[in-house]
Write a protein that binds this ligand. Sequence first.
Ligand SMILES: [Zn+2]
Length: 52
Amino acid sequence: MKGTPSRGRHSRHVVHIICRRCGHKSYNIKKKRCSYCGYPDPKWREYSWSNS
Ligand SMILES: [Zn+2]
C-alpha cells in the first residue's frame, strides 16, 4: 500500500443523517433535503401506494 488511505478526517463531519421518510442515511443536513427520496419535497406522492 502506498500513500495515505486514511487521514482520520472522515468522522465528525456528518452531512447525511437518517431520513424520516425513506429511512436511508441520505438526509443532507446542509441542504436540508434527502438525496435519496427528496424529502421534504413531495416527491413520493405520485407513487402507487398512495392510493386514496
Ligand atoms: Zn429520504
